[in-house]
Design a protein around this ligand. Structure first.
Ligand code: NAD
Length: 243
């Protein structure tokens, strides 16, 4: 019960890494606002409140933080996990698709930090975990918007961590950088493309994809008080891909 008494808001909580993180947090004693564009599959319980949130919309962030305070009376943890990609070469990428990736992956993290921090300060402190990617450290072809946005998340995390430290150090900010993870989205794509799956596992030094539970465990550590002296860090969970 490493999060007993804590209240968390997780974005992109209806699928993949966000869903695994939400489940792990509840299992560790947290009460969680599970925020997503689509919350149809999420059930309400004493510890879990689904909330419809588009992370790119500032007014919806104001409502989401208010919902957390209404439901549970405090906010201790924010996991900025919602993210999207726009595959394809730069010369074929529309400005609209570029901006959509930036709006969700980068504006969404900025807005989450901006609106969660005052609530965390009133709760005595907190931990913010931003889900970036190993593609925030190294690039790959046909993923320019995604790589640029995740590189932005990595440095936004460090900038926010320094600000929070200068403001008294009660709020920590860290990023998690997953490699290829067996999420529904990636897993389905790779089941239809065994050659790509073989390429990816071949490029990953441990020879397999990661699991959503392995990423959730890294998020849990940074969210918990055990990481009390850890801020501004970038925790890589990629089976050695970027080593
Ligand atoms: P996923 O597609 O399984 O889940 C993403 C969730 O985010 C979905 O439920 C979706 O509805 C939600 N979402 C999308 N846009 C949103 C918005 N505007 N507002 C609120 N919710 C929104 O994805 P995943 O693979 O679990 O990825 C989660 C995070 O991890 C993303 O930031 C992704 O970039 C990152 N990541 C994933 C991998 C991987 O291999 N799967 C690797 C590195 C990083």
């Amino acid at each position: 019960m490493r999060l007993q008494g804590k209240v968390a808001l997780v974005t992109g909580a209806a699928s993949g890494i966000g869903l695994a993180t939400t489940r792990r947090f509840v299992a560790e004693g947290a009460r969680v606002i599970a925020a997503d564009l689509n919350v149809d599959g999420l059930e309400t319980s004493g510890s879990l409140r689904p909330f419809r949130l588009d992370v790119a919309q500032e007014d919806q962030w104001v409502a989401a933080i208010a919902a957390a305070l209404d439901a549970f009376g405090r906010l201790d943890i924010l996991v900025n996990n919602a993210g999207i990609g726009a595959p394809g070469p730069i010369v074929e990428l529309s400005l609209a698709d570029w901006r959509k990736v930036m709006a969700v992956n980068l504006d969404g993290v900025f807005l989450g930090i901006k609106h969660a921090v005052p609530a965390m300060e009133r709760s005595g402190g907190g931990s913010i975990v931003n889900i970036a990617s190993m593609l925030g450290h190294v690039a790959t072809v046909n993923a320019s918007a995604y790589c640029a946005s995740k590189g932005g998340v990595a440095l936004l995390t460090k900038a926010a961590a320094l600000e929070m430290a200068a403001a008294g150090g009660r709020i920590r900010v860290n990023s998690v950088h997953p490699g290829f993870i067996e999420t529904p989205m990636l897993g389905d794509r790779l089941r239809a493309d065994p050659a790509r799956r073989a390429l990816i596992t071949g490029q990953t030094p441990v020879g397999r994809l990661g699991t959503v539970e392995e990423v959730a465990a890294a998020v849990l550590y940074l969210a918990s008080d055990e990481a009390g002296f850890t801020t501004g860090s970038a925790l890589v969970v990629d089976g050695g891909y970027t080593a």
